[in-house]
Design a protein around this ligand. Sequence first.
Ligand code: SF4
Length: 337
Amino acid sequence: MEKKNLVSGMRPTGKLHFGHYAGVLTNWVKLQEEYNCYYFVADWHALTTKYNQTENLRQDKLDVVLDWLACGIDPNKSTIYNQSDVPQIAQLHILLSMVTPQNWVERDPTLKDMVKIIRNNDTSGSENTTQMSYGLLGYPVLMTADILMFNANVVPVGNDQLAHLEISRDIARRFNNIYNTEFFNEPLPKLTQIPLLKGVDGQKMGKSFHNDIKISDDEETTAKKVMMAITDRSRARKTDLGHPDKCEVAFTYYQYFADEQTVQQVRCECEKGERGCADCKRQLGAIINSKFAPIRAKREEFAKDINKVKDILSEGGKKAREQAQKNIEQIRDIINI
Ligand code: SF4
């Protein structure tokens, strides 16, 4: 049976952290067995909020892809490409923008999130940089073009992102109705339970919050960051009876990274006051480092041969363009343009 199409992208934020690993990449790796996956670096999307901060953009794009490859995204199974290497997406963006009512984009929750990002990133105090650009207003339509360009059947989303996909389904349906066609699939959400790994300070994990642990961090850095992880705040001494479920960060990491037997042992010793938090986090750091050792080795191997990574992106871009060109020709025929 032919595999269904799945499209998903990531903004080029540079080196990725555990939140990306747990929330996106492990899922992407599994999905590539079941679907014909298109994974793209969303560099045009990056410009919608960071058009004036492009100094590191090229390196950030490579860093993202290095992490993807290291974690198991396989160019022999999935199409990996830079969004801006597929100009047909920009063409589709224009065509879809003609059929999208203005109030649809204005109410889109993605847009509201993006405006928040701009405001948080802005340090200039200038009113101009906090204003929404025309490009940002069109963000939901560009996202829809990314998805419809390859006529995705499914898009992986978490429960909290369901509304973000709704506009793409609405635009696909409206295009089909206007032009009396069934060309576009209405992409379905591929729901995933996304494990939430907080930053070491207990807040949302993020590069700009300086609370993240990166996939590419070395062992010493990882061990040091794990030692900063928030534990059960009511505990002062090793002999105090602990509450693993109130150990907001360290025990959550155990639950994600350690095997079940270890998790049960940690729970039991913590509850009986037989385990100190410092020792507990030292063990956790070692577990995480051993899990990431092969991933980091693979990343280093790719990083030493960066031309190979560029070739993978170039090949993926070519494959994506070929498919996109076939689709855009059909779309142009449907519109009579
Ligand atoms: S002993 Fe471990 S699980 Fe218990 S509170 Fe400390 S760090 Fe958390």
